[in-house]
Design a protein. Structure first.
Length: 209
């Protein structure tokens, strides 16, 4: 794994490439990232960097949380994420350093993780893509979930069955997205295509290697 960064989804738009073709992109606000901790193989058993994103008032933190940021010498941050690395991608950073979207370059492949949109309670057709039954000729099966299994034995529904239930609201990762453009001055990262979550959602962007 290579470098990564935290950001906030601002929405989607389009830009034009060198050939004049419109490219749909997601705009991500990825400034104000700061290094809060460095983990090493010797002390922690793995190599990683912890990044903080979006400042938060100190009175909203617990004493251990305040101590964590004081040790790093940075202002409190609302979100913390660790980005592991098996190479020397983070060798040149120290606690307190600021990280921006320019850690990536146009053309890089990244994977973006976030909490998908919550869609509430949904049936099996919408949630899992099941096929419906006949809609006429006396059929009593239209959009139901179908058979759950035998009745006499085992007389229960096995865990893991694809049934109606809450849809969305889970961590989702989209891989193989291309970095189209970077605006380091405004802290913007433009990624081709859509990413998980609503506007204002927190995203984790990491090199897809």
């Amino acid at each position: 794994m290579g470098k990564g960064i935290l950001g906030k989804k601002l929405g989607m738009t389009q830009v034009f490439d060198e050939e004049g073709e419109a490219v749909p992109v997601t705009v991500i606000q990825a400034d104000s990232n700061v290094v809060t901790m460095i983990r090493t193989e010797d002390s922690d058993g793995y190599n990683a960097v912890q990044l903080g994103f979006e400042e938060i008032p100190e009175h909203k933190l617990s004493r251990p949380e305040r101590g964590h940021f004081e040790k790093a010498g940075v202002a409190p941050r609302k979100y913390l994420r660790e980005f592991r690395s098996e190479d020397d991608a983070w060798d040149d950073v120290q606690p307190g350093d600021e990280v921006g979207p320019d850690v990536f370059s146009p053309g890089d492949r990244v994977k973006v993780s976030g909490i998908s949109r919550g869609k509430g309670f949904a049936g099996s057709i919408k949630r899992h893509g099941f096929s419906r039954g006949p809609m006429s000729h006396g059929s009593r099966y239209h959009r139901g979930p179908g058979s759950h299994g035998a009745s006499a034995f085992p007389a229960r529904v096995f865990p893991g069955r694809k049934l109606p239930g809450r849809m969305g609201g889970k961590k989702t990762t989209v891989e193989g997205l291309e970095v189209v453009r970077i605006d380091a001055e405004r802290g913007l990262l433009l990624v081709k295509g859509g990413v998980p979550g609503p506007k204002g959602g927190i995203l984790s962007i990491q090199s897809d290697e």
